[in-house]
Design a protein around this ligand. Structure first.
Ligand SMILES: C[S@@+](CC[C@H](N)C(=O)[O-])C[C@H]1O[C@@H](n2cnc3c(N)ncnc32)[C@H](O)[C@@H]1O
Length: 198
C-alpha cells in the first residue's frame, strides 16, 4: 500500500485563474492601505547614528569647507548639522518621514543654518544626487544595493560615499574603519573611480 499524494493546487484552468485574480487583488488591497504603503518604501527604520560615528564618517570622507554632503535618509539631521557646523560644508538631507522632515527643518531654522542646509522630503530611490561631493548613508545592505545604481549614475569621479554599519554590495571599499571594536562600529568608505578614458 503506497502513500498517496494529493495535489494541493487546482489543475483546471478556471480555478487557477480565479486563484491568480484573488492573489493579485489581495496584493493590490494591501498596497493601498496607508500602513503597508508606509513600510513598503522604507529602506531602514529611524535609528540615529551615535554622534562620534557622525564625526568619524565625515572625517573619513575628508569633507572640506564648501563641499556638498548628502545624507540619504537624514533622520533628525545630525549629519547635516555636523557637516555644516564643524566642517563648514553645505548639506542636503533627503528623508521620507514627514515628521522627521518637519522636526529637522525646525532644528535647522533654530540653529540659523538655512543657508547651508536643505532638507528635502522624498524617497532616496528617486533622488537627484547631482552636486554631491560626499554621500552619507546609514541604511541596510539590501537598501544600499537598491541605491547603488543611483550613486553610480549621479556621483562624479572622486566623490566619496561613507556607509555606517552596512557595506555596499559589489563595491570595494577604499577603507573599512572599525572605530570602536568593542561595540562593533564599522564604517565603509568608497571613492568613485575616475571616468573611463574615451
Ligand atoms: C538608520 S536611520 C539614519 C538616520 C541618519 N542618517 C543618521 O545617520 O543618524 C535611516 C533613515 O532613513 C530614512 N528612510 C528610510 N527609507 C527611506 C527612503 N526610501 N527615502 C528617504 N528616507 C528613507 C528613515 O526614515 C530614517 O530616518
Amino acid at each position: 500500500m503506497g502513500v498517496k499524494f494529493r495535489r494541493c493546487l487546482p489543475t483546471d484552468g478556471s480555478t487557477g485563474v480565479r486563484l491568480a485574480v484573488l492573489i493579485v487583488s489581495s496584493a493590490a488591497v494591501l498596497a493601498a492601505q496607508p500602513h503597508y504603503a508606509q513600510y513598503s518604501n522604507k529602506l531602514a527604520p529611524f535609528v540615529p547614528s551615535p554622534q562620534p560615528i557622525v564625526e568619524r564618517m565625515l572625517e573619513l570622507a575628508s569633507v572640506k569647507a564648501g563641499e556638498t554632503v548628502f545624507d540619504l535618509g537624514c533622520g533628525d539631521g545630525r549629519v547635516l548639522v555636523t557637516a555644516a557646523q564643524r566642517f563648514k560644508a553645505k548639506a542636503v538631507g533627503i528623508e521620507i518621514s514627514d515628521r522627521l522632515v518637519d522636526q529637522t527643518n525646525s532644528r535647522i531654522a533654530r540653529l540659523g543654518l538655512q543657508e547651508q542646509v536643505k532638507v528635502l522630503k522624498g524617497d532616496i530611490r528617486e533622488a537627484d544626487l547631482t552636486g554631491a561631493d560626499v554621500v552619507v548613508m546609514y541604511l541596510m545592505t539590501g537598501s544600499n544595493a537598491q541605491i547603488r545604481p543611483r550613486l553610480e549614475k549621479f556621483l562624479k569621479p572622486g566623490a566619496r560615499v561613507v556607509s555606517y554599519a552596512y557595506a555596499v554590495p559589489g563595491w570595494k571599499p577604499s577603507r573599512v574603519d572599525r572605530t570602536d571594536e568593542q561595540h562593533g562600529h564599522t564604517i565603509y568608505l568608497y571613492e568613485m573611480p575616475p571616468a573611463p578614458a574615451k
